[in-house]
Ligand binder design. Structure first.
Ligand code: SF4
Length: 374
C-alpha cells in the first residue's frame, strides 16, 4: 500500500478517482487511475508521520468530516507541490462530504477537479438517462483531450473493459467460494482482494494474474473441504454492508470473536455485473454505470443487495456507519428492515470513528452478535 512508490513509478499521468468510478475509463485515456481514499485513507502504520486530520482541518475541512476524507486530504495536502496527481475525477455516488474535500485538495495543490453527473436510476427515464450519461462521458473525453492532452480511444476503452471484466469475473468467483461451508479465505484477505477493484492496483494485467493465482489456491482448498488457516468450520457467518472502517484490524476482530466473514459490499458496485463487451461501447458503459447498485434508490437497492447477501449464506449482517457520513446512515434503516424481513437473521449497526480510534473497543459488540448466532 505504499502509495508514493506506486504512483511515482508509473511515469504516466495519475488521475485520482472516486472509489466507485470505473477505472477502465481512466486507463482508456492513457492515464493511471488512483483510488485516492483507499491508498491515502487506509491507516497503515503507527509511525505514519502525518497527523490523520491536521492538514485537512487547517485547509478548512470540518473535524466532523468522515475520517476517510480527512486522512486522505491530510496526506495529499501534506505533500503540497510534491503530489504526482494530475487531476481529480468523480462521478455517480460521489457524496457531498467528498465533494468538498476533493475541491479543497484540487484548489490547494492546483490540479483540476472534474465530475460527471449521473441521474439516479429510474426505469421510466431510461432512454433520456442513457443519452445524458453518454453525453457526459463524451464531453469528459473531449474536454480532457482538448485541455489536458489525454488521448481517448474507443478501441482502447473496449480493450480496458475486457481487462476489467477479467478481474470482475475473478472477484465474483472468489466471492462465491465464501458462500461455501468451509470458508477458504480470511476476512482481511478477502477485503484486500475486493479493494483491488478500485483501480486494479494501477496494473490490470498484473493484478488479474495475481487474483487468478489466489483463485486457484482457494479452489484447491475448496476441493479438499479446507477452510483458510485459523478459521473454524461451523463458525457463525458474517456479511458486512457499508463503508469499511480504516483500521484493517476490524477484519481480524470478526475471526477473533469466533466468526467468519462471508462477504462485504464495499466495492461490490464495481463487479456486481460485467460491462458488456459490445461494439457500441460508450452506450453499454453508460447503461452499466446507470445501474451500478449504489446509484439505485435505497429501497430497491436494499432488495437487490439482500438477494446478493442471501447467496453468501450468512447467519448475521453487520452494517458499518462512519461518523461524519450521512449517506450510509440514511439507508441504514431500509437495509436493516429488508434484511430482517427477507432473511430473518440478526442485523446490527456499528459506528466507526476517527482514524486513530481503538477498533478493539468494538469487540464486545461483535462478540455478542456472533454468540447470538451460535
Ligand atoms: S464514508 Fe460517507 S462521507 Fe465518507 S466518503 Fe464514504 S460516502 Fe462519503
Amino acid at each position: 500500500m505504499d502509495s508514493k512508490n506506486r504512483i511515482g513509478a508509473t511515469r504516466s499521468r495519475v488521475v485520482a478517482k472516486w472509489r466507485l468510478f470505473p477505472p477502465e475509463i481512466i486507463f482508456s485515456m492513457g492515464a493511471i487511475p488512483y483510488d485516492l481514499l483507499l491508498h491515502e485513507g487506509l491507516v497503515t502504520t503507527k509511525d505514519d508521520e502525518v497527523n490523520p486530520s491536521k492538514y485537512a482541518i487547517e485547509a478548512g475541512l470540518s473535524a466532523d468530516c468522515c475520517p476517510w476524507n480527512l486522512s486522505a486530504a491530510s496526506k495529499i495536502l501534506s505533500k503540497e507541490d510534491d503530489s504526482d496527481i494530475d487531476m481529480f475525477l468523480a462521478t455517480v455516488g460521489f457524496c457531498d462530504v467528498s465533494s468538498k474535500s476533493w475541491r479543497t485538495m484540487s484548489k490547494r495543490i492546483g490540479r483540476p477537479f472534474y465530475s460527471i453527473e449521473i441521474p439516479q436510476f429510474n426505469f421510466e427515464s431510461e432512454n433520456n438517462a442513457l443519452l445524458f450519461i453518454q453525453q457526459e462521458l463524451s464531453s469528459m473525453f473531449n474536454r480532457l483531450s482538448r485541455r489536458r492532452g489525454y488521448e481517448f480511444s474507443e478501441e482502447r476503452l473496449l480493450k480496458e473493459i475486457k481487462k476489467g471484466n477479467f478481474i470482475r469475473n475473478l472477484l465474483s468467483d472468489i466471492t462465491k467460494f465464501l458462500s461455501t461451508q468451509s470458508v477458504p479465505v480470511s476476512a482481511l484477505e478477502y477485503f484486500l482482494i475486493q479493494t483491488s477493484a478500485g483501480d486494479y492496483l494501477q496494473d490490470p494485467d498484473i493484478t488479474g494474474s495475481i487474483l487468478n493465482r489466489i483463485k486457484t489456491e482457494i479452489e484447491s482448498r475448496n476441493k479438499n473441504g479446507e477452510s483458510a488457516p485459523g478459521i473454524q468450520d461451523g463458525a457463525p457467518r458474517i456479511y458486512f454492508v457499508g463503508m469499511a472502517p480504516q483500521q484493517l484490524g476490524f477484519w481480524n476482530l470478526i475471526e477473533d470473536c469466533g466468526g467468519v466473514s462471508v462477504g462485504c459490499d464495499t466495492y461490490l458496485s464495481l463487479f456486481y455485473e460485467l460491462i458488456p463487451e459490445h461494439t457500441n461501447v460508450q452506450k453499454e458503459l453508460a447503461k452499466w454505470i446507470w445501474r451500478m447498485p449504489h446509484n439505485i434508490p435505497s429501497i430497491e437497492r436494499s432488495k437487490m443487495l439482500t438477494a446478493y447477501i442471501k447467496k453468501q449464506n450468512p447467519d448475521a449482517v453487520i452494517i458499518g456507519n462512519l461518523v461524519g457520513c450521512r449517506n450510509i446512515s440514511q439507508s441504514d434503516r431500509f437495509v436493516k428492515e429488508t434484511i430482517r424481513e427477507e432473511l430473518g437473521i440478526p442485523v446490527t449497526s456499528l459506528e466507526f470513528g476517527a482514524s486513530d480510534e481503538d477498533i478493539t473497543l468494538l469487540e464486545p459488540h461483535i462478540r455478542s452478535l456472533i454468540d447470538m448466532c451460535k
